[in-house]
Structure formats: structure tokens, C-alpha cells
Design a protein around this ligand. Structure first.
Ligand code: ATP
Ligand code: MG
Length: 368
């Protein structure tokens, strides 16, 4: 397994960050600082450069610093002996990306080598939130492990938008609506097949992580129940037979945009029965499963970005989590307000984040 190692990070004009330039440790990095200084923004900048999405769901306009014209992130990443430079420039309305100084022709080139997995307080939504959050988890994994998935998803969304627009017209033209059945069935079936292919692995990995971190033997189960089949012909037939329903509801009702990944905890819906601590552990287990699946399929271990773990997990779980990432060899980034958490990773490089700036911090006093 080759770990993804971020070897250089330069950020400016992104949220409150200015003139950030840091050379991280190959294994462990801790960002320390009081509330509101820019710790999460650093992880967000890293993950944005790697995935072109904000894990806080922010738009470009929200990411560009209030006082800045543009946000820029440079990420140098090493894996399998190769070094790549990812560069993103955002203005409030535009985005430019460069991989090794060149505009990538296909998104998949860009997404190749800089996989990150993020665990952050908002991840409780994986358990408590709506199906879209869990679909995003699947999609985040699949764009990295299934060639063409990102394109299929995009083409599906485009056809779906067009079809739904027609369905919302006052007098929808049935033939015009059905002209979209072919692309919907083609790309939708591909999305369904890819999702179905990964769920089994995801569950097993989440279960294992839960056992290791939580010392819990509770049985969780995760099921992806696609309303439309993964076979294109059967999918098209289902769309055809449902069209009158779609006309009545004025929207396309079946397809991967409407599917859920259901989570159960010892046989009951997790959202309803899991305690707060269990909810957090389950969310973390899903993120570790994301890491595991990407690692298994791509033979590279994503970098793990852990935002504010001390607000999410008790000390025992944090210790077991850190032991696990050390064993995996993943590069880990931890943000915290609490120096005691930093001392649980005694060999980590420490950085102090203050008012959007980052400076090296002295090593933990507990380090050997
Ligand atoms: N577009 C923006 N331009 C400038 N500042 C911003 C922008 N968006 C957010 N901020 C500010 O950036 C600061 C840093 O936010 P961030 O979430 O990174 O802090 P943090 O160090 O993670 O804090 P906490 O410990 O509370 O989680 C906050 O004061 C926030 O209000
Ligand atoms: Mg934060």
C-alpha cells in the first residue's frame, strides 16, 4: 500500500487563511489553536484541492476570503515515488485547476492521486441526516475507485434535470419526456451497479472499525436498496412503466437520486436508537470504511483529516483511533483546541493556528 503524503501546503485567500505555507510531517500533523482561528479551514483547503468540494458544503463565494479577490491552494502530494502538484484558484464565480502545471483533460486524472478522507463534527449527519448525505459518501468513494463513475453521475444528473424540467411544464410533452429515458437508464444503471458493488465491502469495513474503536460487538448493517435496477434494459422498462406516475407527481421518482443507504444498529434504524456516542462512533466507522475501500481498490492509503475529534470522541476512542491510523500508515492531520489531545500523538509535527496564520509549534512536552 502506498500512503498519500502531502509534502507541501500553500494557502491564501481561502476563508480567513493568509500566507499559509507549511511542510507537514509524513505521518502525523496536529493543528492547534483557539476557536475560530482557521484550523478547520486548513483541512477544508486540503480536501478542496483534492476533491474540488467543500466538506462543509460551502459555495465558492463562501470559501473566498471576505477581503480577498481569489482563494488559492497548492497541494504537493507524494505517492508511489511520484510527486504531483495540485493547484486550485477560486474566485467567487470561477474555478481554475492545474495538475502539475497543466489543465487536466478529464476529472479522473485530477482525482487520481490525492485521496483524503475527512472526519468532522458535521458527519453525525451520516447517521441522523437525510439520504443525500449518505449518497454523497458513496459517491465520494466511487469517484475514486470506479473509472467513469464521476462522468456517469454528472450525465445522469444532467438528464434528470432536463426531464424534471419538462415534467414541470403545464402540459408536458410525453415524447419529449421519454427522450430522456435512454440516457437516464444508461447512466442511472451504471450508478446503481457501482453503488451495489461497494456496499458489502463498506459494511464489513465499518463493522470492523466499530469493533476496534468502540470495542463494540453491536451488529450494524448498512443496506443500499436501489429502486431502479442495475440492468439498463430493465431500468428503461421501469421508467416507461412509471411515466404516468412521474407525470402526476411532476418529477422523476425512481433512480439513484432517490435511493438511500439505510443504517441499522442491532436491527433497528440507527437514527432512532443510537445514542449520541454511538452515533459518533458509527459516523467515524463509516469514514474509516471509506478509507478502507479506497485503499483496497486503489492500493493507496488516503490521508486522514480529523477535525476536532476531542469534541466527538472520548479519550479511549481517540487513543484507539490514533493507534489504528498509525498501524495503517496513513498520513494523519488532527485539529484541536486541546494540547492534551496533541500529546496523544507524541511524534506529530505541531502547528499553531492563529488568526488565519500558521506557525510551527514546539513539540509536545510529553514526547520522549
Ligand atoms: N470567507 C471567509 N472569509 C474570511 N473569514 C472567514 C470566511 N469564512 C469563514 N471565516 C472565518 O474564518 C475563521 C476560521 O474558521 P474555522 O472554522 O477554520 O475555525 P476553527 O479554528 O476550526 O475554529 P473552531 O475551533 O471553533 O472549530 C472564523 O472566524 C470564521 O468566521
Ligand atoms: Mg473548527
Amino acid at each position: 500500500m502506498t500512503p498519500v503524503r502531502i509534502t507541501e501546503l500553500v494557502v491564501g485567500g481561502f476563508r480567513n487563511l493568509q500566507g499559509v505555507r507549511l511542510t507537514p510531517d509524513a505521518r502525523a500533523n496536529v493543528l492547534l489553536g483557539a476557536n475560530g482561528q482557521g484550523k478547520t479551514s486548513i483541512l477544508e483547503a486540503i480536501d478542496y484541492a483534492a476533491s474540488l468540494r467543500s466538506f462543509r458544503g460551502a459555495t465558492r463565494a463562501q470559501l473566498v476570503g471576505h477581503e480577498a479577490d481569489a482563494a488559492q491552494v497548492l497541494l504537493r502530494v507524494e505517492g508511489a515515488g511520484l510527486s504531483h502538484e495540485y493547484r486550485v484558484k477560486l474566485t467567487r464565480t470561477t474555478r481554475d485547476i492545474l495538475l502539475d502545471g497543466k489543465r487536466p483533460e478529464r476529472a479522473v486524472e485530477y482525482f487520481g492521486g490525492a485521496a483524503c478522507v475527512v472526519f468532522q463534527p458535521g458527519d453525525l449527519e451520516l447517521v441522523l441526516g437525510g439520504p443525500d448525505v449518505r449518497r454523497r459518501l458513496l459517491d465520494r468513494i466511487l469517484v475514486r475507485v470506479v473509472d467513469g463513475y464521476g462522468e456517469a453521475l454528472k450525465s445522469y444528473a444532467k438528464a434528470l434535470r432536463a426531464r424534471n424540467m419538462l415534467l414541470r411544464e403545464r402540459h408536458p410533452d410525453l415524447r419529449a419526456v421519454q427522450a430522456y429515458d435512454f440516457p437516464l437508464a444508461r447512466f442511472g444503471a451504471a450508478v446503481v451497479r457501482a453503488r451495489e458493488s461497494v456496499v458489502g465491502e463498506l459494511v464489513r469495513a465499518a463493522q470492523a472499525a466499530l469493533g476496534e474503536i468502540m470495542k463494540s460487538s453491536e451488529i450494524i448493517s448498512v443496506a443500499y436498496r436501489a429502486k431502479a435496477p442495475g440492468d439498463q434494459v430493465a431500468y428503461a422498462a421501469m421508467l416507461a412503466s412509471a411515466v404516468h406516475n412521474d407525470l402526476a407527481r411532476r418529477t422523476t421518482q425512481i433512480g439513484p437520486h432517490a435511493d438511500d443507504l439505510t443504517l441499522t444498529w442491532s436491527g433497528r434504524p440507527a437514527r432512532v436508537v443510537a445514542s449520541q456516542g454511538q452515533t459518533r462512533s458509527l459516523a467515524l466507522a463509516l469514514r474509516l470504511a471509506e478509507l478502507h475501500v479506497i485503499e483496497g481498490r486503489t492500493k493507496t492509503t488516503p490521508a486522514l483529516l480529523l477535525d476536532d475529534v476531542s469534541s466527538e470522541l472520548d479519550r479511549g476512542r481517540i487513543e484507539r483511533l490514533f493507534a489504528m491510523v498509525t498501524r495503517l500508515g496513513a498520513q494523519v492531520w488532527v485539529t484541536t483546541t486541546d494540547p492534551a489531545i496533541a500529546s496523544l500523538l507524541p511524534r506529530a509535527k505541531r502547528f499553531e493556528v492563529t488568526d488565519g496564520k500558521v506557525a510551527p509549534a514546539p513539540p509536545s512536552s510529553l514526547s520522549p
